[in-house]
Design a protein around this ligand. Structure first.
Ligand code: NAG
Ligand code: NAG
Ligand code: NAG
Ligand code: NAG
Ligand code: NAG
Ligand code: NAG
Ligand code: NAG
Ligand code: NAG
Ligand code: NAG
Ligand code: NAG
Length: 504
C-alpha cells in the first residue's frame, strides 16, 4: 500500500480513465533540453495580463511527475526560463526564507508515500547554493512498511522562525483504539507531530503530538472517513493530516487538514482556540469564511485582540466532482468578540480550479492588501491576483492532476553560484557554436567569449559578446583561428566569473 508517490497521491484516488487521460496528456507536455546541463524541466505556459504589473520575483516550485524528467527543486523567471535546477529528487516547499538575517533557499527532499506525507531532510542553501545546514530528525518513529529512515521530517512544513529554529511536521504510525470512529480497537493510525529544531545544532527544542491532546482534539473531530483504513500498519488511518505550523505570539498556529481547522496552541501545547471552517468551533463564522481540507495557514498582523489569517482553501476534495472551487482566503479573526469575517477571497469564477490536495496562498508584499500568489498544489498552476482580486499572471507546467508541486511561491532572489559557468562547443555548418549556462546565477546579463592558442591563454582575445538568452545562451564563431575558448559572465561592466578553458 505504501508506494512511492510523485504525483497521484495525497489520499485521493482518481478514476482509472482520468489517470489514463492525464498520462497521455503528460507524455505530450513539452520539456526543455540543454547542451550544457542534463536537465529536462517542464516548459511553463505563462500568461501576463496586458497592462498589468506583476510583483517582481522568480517562481519557486518542486515539480513532480511520474516517469518523466524534471522532478527537482526549480526556479524559473517570469518569462519561463529555468534559472536553477537542483538534484533529481522529490522535493517540497521550495522557497526563500531568512536565517541569521540572510536570505536562504530551503526545500524538503525525501521519500513520499501515497497517503501524501513523507520522510526526508530539509536543505538550507546560501546565496551561492552552498548547503550551509541540513535539518534532520532522528526519533523513534514507525513507518508503514517498517523501514528505518535516516530522517523523519515530513514534507509539509519547514518554516524558519525569527529565533533561527525550524518548525517541521512529522508523521508516525501508531496503534490506537479507533472504535469511536468505526475502526478496530487495536487499529493503526498516523499520528500528527510537529517539532521545533534549532538549526545551528539540529537539536529538538519543542515537540508536540495531537494524540497527547485528545481532551481538546478528539479523533471524532476528523472529517477523514476511516473506510477500510486503520486495519494494518501498512494502511494507517490519516486522522489529522498536519500540514502547516507557524510560530505565533503565545505559541504555535497548527493546521490540521482533516479537521478543517486551525489550532492556536499555547507554548505548553494546549489549545488556546480552534477555528473550524464548517462550525467555526470557538468562533462565529461570517459569510465567505467557510473552508475545508485547507493548507498553508499563515498569521499576519497579530495583536492581543485579533489577527489576520491567510490560507489555501482546497474546498472540494474530489477533482471528478464539481465541488466549490479552491479559493485563497484572507480572514479577519476578532478575538474580542470571537468572530471571523472575510477580508478577501482569491478565486477566478470564470476559470475555477479544483485542487484536491496541496497548495499555498502567499501574501506577496507582506501586507494583507497587496498582490496574492497561489500555488495550486495537485494542479501545476501558479496564479498572481492583484489588489482588486484579478488574475494578472499565471503559469502552468502540465496537465491538471498529472503534474504537481506541493507549494509554489514567488520570491526575489539574488544568487551567484559557487560553481563556474558551463561551456560546450560543437562544430556547425556556420563554424563553431559555443553554448553557455550558469545554473542558479540570477544577476548576469552578458556573455563574453574569449579565444586563444593555448589553455592558459584562452582569454587572449575577445571573440564575441552576446546578451544572455535565458538559461542557456549560444554564440556562433565564424572565423575560429583559436584552439581554446573561455566564456565570462558579466553583469553590466562587472565581470562575475569565467568558465574553464575548453578546447575546440
Ligand atoms: C518502504 O516504502 C518506501 C516508500 O514506498 C519504499 O521506498 C521502500 O522501498 C519500502 N521498503 C521496504 C523494505 O519495503
Ligand atoms: C532524463 O534526461 C536524461 C538526459 O537527457 C536522460 O538520459 C534520461 O533518460 C531522462 N530520464 C527520464 C526518466 O526520462
Ligand atoms: C511512534 O509510534 C510508536 C508505536 O507505533 C511508538 O512506540 C513511538 O514512541 C512513537 N514515536 C514517538 C516519537 O512518539
Ligand atoms: C475502545 O474505546 C471504546 C470507546 O470508544 C471503549 O468502549 C472500549 O472499551 C475501548 N476498547 C479498548 C480495548 O480499550
Ligand atoms: C498552558 O498554558 C496556558 C497559558 O499559559 C494555561 O492557561 C494552561 O493552564 C496551561 N495548561 C497546562 C496543562 O499547563
Ligand atoms: C459554513 O459555516 C456556517 C457557520 O458556521 C455553517 O452553518 C455552515 O454549515 C458552513 N457551511 C459549510 C458548507 O461548511
Ligand atoms: C465583531 O467585531 C467586528 C469588528 O472588529 C465586527 O466586524 C463584527 O461584526 C463583530 N461580530 C460580532 C458577532 O459581533
Ligand atoms: C570540430 O572540427 C574540427 C576539424 O574539423 C575537429 O578537429 C574538432 O575536434 C571538432 N570539434 C568538435 C567539438 O566537434
Ligand atoms: C587570462 O588568463 C590568465 C591565466 O588563466 C590569467 O592570469 C589572466 O589574468 C587572464 N586575463 C584576463 C584579462 O582575464
Ligand atoms: C583571430 O582573428 C581575429 C580577426 O578575425 C583577430 O582579431 C585575432 O587577433 C586573431 N587571433 C589570433 C589568436 O590569431
Amino acid at each position: 500500500m505504501a508506494r512511492l508517490c510523485r504525483s497521484f497521491c495525497f489520499g485521493f484516488l482518481l478514476s482509472a480513465s482520468l489517470l489514463l487521460d492525464q498520462a497521455l496528456a503528460a507524455s505530450n507536455w513539452p520539456f526543455w533540453s540543454y547542451v550544457t546541463a542534463p536537465f529536462e524541466p517542464p516548459k511553463l505556459n505563462i500568461f501576463t495580463a496586458a497592462g498589468s504589473t506583476p510583483d517582481p520575483g522568480y517562481f519557486f516550485i518542486g515539480p513532480r511527475a511520474d516517469g518523466v524528467n524534471g522532478t527537482a527543486a526549480m526556479i524559473f523567471d517570469q518569462a519561463g526560463n529555468l534559472v536553477y535546477q537542483g538534484p533529481d529528487e522529490v522535493t517540497a516547499n521550495v522557497n526563500v526564507q531568512t536565517l541569521f538575517g540572510k536570505p536562504v533557499l530551503t526545500y524538503w527532499a525525501g521519500t513520499m508515500f501515497s497517503l501524501g506525507y513523507g520522510y526526508g531532510q530539509v536543505h538550507i542553501l546560501d546565496d551561492t547554493y552552498k548547503e550551509i545546514y541540513t535539518v534532520s530528525l532522528q526519533v523513534p518513529f514507525v513507518t508503514p512498511n517498517g523501514t528505518t529512515e535516516a530522517s523523519y521530517i515530513d514534507l509539509h512544513e519547514s518554516k524558519i522562525t525569527d529565533r533561527n529554529t525550524m518548525l517541521v511536521t512529522a508523521y508516525n504510525v501508531t496503534q490506537a483504539n479507533l472504535t469511536a470512529v468505526g475502526g478496530p480497537a487495536d487499529g493503526w493510525m498516523l499520528a500528527a507531530h510537529f517539532y521545533e529544531i534549532d538549526i545551528a545544532t539540529n537539536q529538538v527544542v519543542f515537540s508536540w503530538s495531537a494524540l497527547d491532546h485528545q481532551d481538546q482534539i478528539p479523533l471524532t473531530m476528523s472529517h477523514q472517513a476511516i473506510g477500510t483504513t486503520g486495519q494494518s500498519q501498512s494502511d494507517p488511518w490519516d486522522a489529522y493530516h498536519i500540514n502547516s505550523i507557524e510560530a505565533v505570539e503565545d505559541g504555535y498556529l497548527v493546521s490540521l487538514r482533516h479537521l478543517w481547522s486551525g489550532f492556536y496552541l499555547y507554548k505548553n501545547g494546549t489549545v488556546k482556540w480552534q477555528l473550524s471552517g464548517d462550525t467555526g468551533a470557538d468562533f462565529d463564522l461570517g459569510p465567505g469564511c467557510n473552508f475545508s481540507w485547507q493548507h498553508h495557514m499563515r498569521v499576519h498582523n497579530e495583536q492581543s485582540d485579533g489577527l489576520t489569517l491567510s490560507l489555501f482553501n482546497n474546498a472540494g476534495a474530489n477533482p471528478d466532482a464539481q465541488q466549490p472551487p479552491t479559493t485563497g482566503l484572507v480572514l479577519n479573526v476578532d478575538l474580542a468578540n470571537m468572530s471571523v469575517t472575510n477580508f478577501r477571497t482569491l478565486v477566478d469564477y470564470g476559470d475555477p480550479i479544483y485542487s484536491s490536495s496541496q497548495g499555498d496562498t502567499q501574501l506577496l508584499d507582506g501586507t494583507t492588501t497587496g498582490h496574492v500568489f497561489m500555488g495550486y498544489g495537485a494542479n501545476p498552476v501558479l496564479r498572481e491576483y492583484d489588489s482588486n482580486g484579478y488574475v494578472i499572471q499565471s503559469a502552468t507546467w502540465g496537465p491538471n492532476n498529472a503534474f504537481a508541486s506541493y507549494r509554489g511561491f514567488k520570491y526575489e532572489w539574488h544568487a551567484t553560484p559557487f560553481w563556474d559557468p558551463a561551456v560546450v562547443v560543437t562544430n556547425s555548418s556556420d563554424g563553431v557554436d559555443v553554448y553557455m549556462s550558469w545554473n542558479g546565477a540570477t544577476d548576469y546579463d552578458t556573455w563574453d567569449v574569449y579565444g586563444g592558442p593555448t589553455q592558459t591563454r584562452a582569454n587572449a582575445s575577445l571573440l564575441t559578446t552576446v546578451p544572455r538568452n535565458g538559461f542557456e545562451t549560444k554564440a556562433t564563431l565564424t572565423a575560429q583561428n583559436v584552439s581554446y575558448v573561455q566564456a565570462v559572465a558579466r553583469s553590466g561592466n562587472n565581470v562575475l566569473r569565467a568558465s574553464a578553458a575548453i578546447p575546440l
